[in-house]
Design a binder for this molecule. Structure first.
Ligand SMILES: Cc1cc2nc3c(=O)[nH]c(=O)nc-3n(C[C@H](O)[C@H](O)[C@H](O)COP(=O)(O)O)c2cc1C
Length: 187
């Protein structure tokens, strides 16, 4: 049976290098791992307890929750916005953290990677994502890390899937996350 890894990307722009990284992960996933790129984060409204009503959750948020329920693991791709996690990703985490105690992360493995223009590759944003997802109920695999600096230059002409070093690092990330998801399923 294939392990389903849900990829969530924290940048909405069409040319996003984090989205390209996620596309590369889809392509490079080892046998038995199915990386699924979630489409539709732009349509998920800001989390608001008043609209999070059982049986009447806004459709884009319900779609996100369903995709998360169907996943065995999560792979976040985060750029860094002003030293931290972009709002779109934080919003997704907030929706997935509720209902309290029964959120969709459900102790499933989570890895966080990403690329940013700065010299540290968005490490603050990725650390903040780990912190938030862990509080939201995910089992964060702390030692799976990949922060690629200089995104705008490095990927200006080259898709991450065609960058041999990045492709190898991403393959390792997905392979290791796949392994953790297998352990969780067997437990
Ligand atoms: C609002 C905003 C804030 C940003 N803040 C940071 C930052 O704190 N650190 C950083 O390395 N890059 C920062 N950047 C640059 C992003 O890293 C760069 O635009 C990156 O390519 C965005 O990821 P994407 O290609 O997936 O859209 C910022 C960009 C925007 C639009």
């Amino acid at each position: 049976m294939s392990v389903r890894i849900l990829a969530l990307v924290g940048s909405l722009r069409a040319g996003s290098h984090n989205r390209q990284l996620a596309e590369a992960a889809v392509k490079l996933a080892p046998e038995g791992a199915d990386v699924v790129l979630f489409e539709g984060l732009a349509d998920v409204p800001f989390y608001n307890e008043d609209i999070d009503v059982e049986g009447n959750v806004p459709a884009p948020a319900a779609k996100l929750r369903e995709a998360a329920q169907a996943a065995d693991a999560f792979l976040f791709f985060s750029p860094e916005y002003n030293g931290t996690i972009p709002a779109v990703l934080k919003n997704a985490i907030d929706w997935l953290s509720r209902p309290f105690g029964a959120g969709a992360f459900g102790g499933k493995p989570v890895a966080v990677v990403g690329t940013a223009y700065g010299q540290f590759g968005g490490v603050w944003a990725q650390d903040d994502t780990r912190k938030s997802v862990g509080i939201a109920g995910g089992k964060v695999i702390e030692d799976i890390k990949l922060s690629i600096p200089g995104s705008v230059v490095r990927f200006a002409e080259t898709h991450p899937a065609d960058d041999a070093e990045v492709a190898a690092q991403l393959t390792e990330v997905v392979t290791r996350l796949h392994g953790h998801a297998g352990e969780t399923a067997a437990a």
